[in-house]
Design a protein around this ligand. Structure first.
Ligand code: NAG
Ligand code: NAG
Length: 239
């Protein structure tokens, strides 16, 4: 880590990188039982610049904040972040106070922000003809467009994601499964293999994203599995 950071939000991006954002550089979360109290928590020194974790970067250089913007909005205890279907990041909160409180160092925060990863301002790939429902352990074909500007030898990644959300370091329902996919020779369709079973991707809604090189598509919503309401029996191939 580039700095001490507690209550961070860690958001999976469709390209496999992880955004580390929000939180505080000192203290801890609830409850305000020791010396330096800020409302209902002991956290202070807001972390205002996000970091990006890139698992494919060389060891020792996997966490960077190069070219990432610094905000002037502290997002402390009870902040919240999610990836959106468009592929950008929605930031909200925080409120370290017992009630709404606008007169303290870290007031109840009503402002909401977006953080746009670089792919939001590039020519982006698109996915279409995505089936409304995909069964486990099965192949399906979707139509794609890949911008001319994308290097033809770039790696292709198809991510099936539950966007989940994070609040003060609790990450709920977030999931990213990369799916095997092969591009047709005319580069206009992708054959994709769905997750083997419900242990790999919990049955329910998901979003399919296509990343080619540095460019990532918007997400297309799919229902994964039978679509039945829980509880559902195991589905797909036993592994
Ligand atoms: C805001 O917090 C301060 C410090 O804890 C407290 O004195 C004040 O009464 C609070 N205001 C409200 C409206 O709760
Ligand atoms: C395209 O990507 C390949 C493989 O990463 C790389 O060797 C090549 O230099 C790239 N071409 C351009 C024009 O960036």
């Amino acid at each position: 880590m580039l700095e001490g950071r507690m209550m961070p939000e860690m958001i999976l991006l469709p390209n496999g990188q992880v955004l580390i954002i929000n939180g505080a550089q000192t203290g801890y979360a609830a409850i305000s039982s020791v010396a330096v109290v800020q409302g209902n928590s002991n956290a202070d020194h807001a972390a205002l610049t996000p970091s990006l974790y890139d698992p494919l970067a060389p060891l020792g250089r996997r966490i960077s904040n190069k070219e990432l913007p610094t905000t002037d909005i502290a997002r402390m205890y009870h902040s919240s972040v999610t990836l959106t279907p468009s592929g950008n990041i929605l930031l909200a909160g925080s409120n370290p106070n017992v009630n709404v409180n606008e007169t303290v160092k870290f007031p109840t925060e009503f402002r909401v922000q977006y953080l746009n990863p670089p792919y939001m301002s590039m020519a982006r790939p698109t996915l279409s003809g995505v089936p409304a429902k995909i069964a486990f352990d099965s192949r399906f074909t979707v139509q794609v467009t890949i911008p001319q500007s994308v290097n033809r030898s770039s790696e292709i990644k198809v991510a099936l994601m539950d966007l989940g959300y994070s609040s003060h370091a609790f990450h709920s329902s977030s999931r990213l499964v990369f799916l095997d996919a092969s591009l047709s020779s005319d580069r206009k369709s992708l054959e994709i293999l769905s997750p083997p079973n419900n242990r790999v991707y919990p049955p329910g809604p998901g979003y399919l994203f296509l990343t080619v090189g540095d460019a990532t598509s918007a997400g297309m919503r799919v229902m994964v599995g039978s679509g039945a309401s829980p509880p559902v029996p195991d589905q797909g191939r036993r592994i």
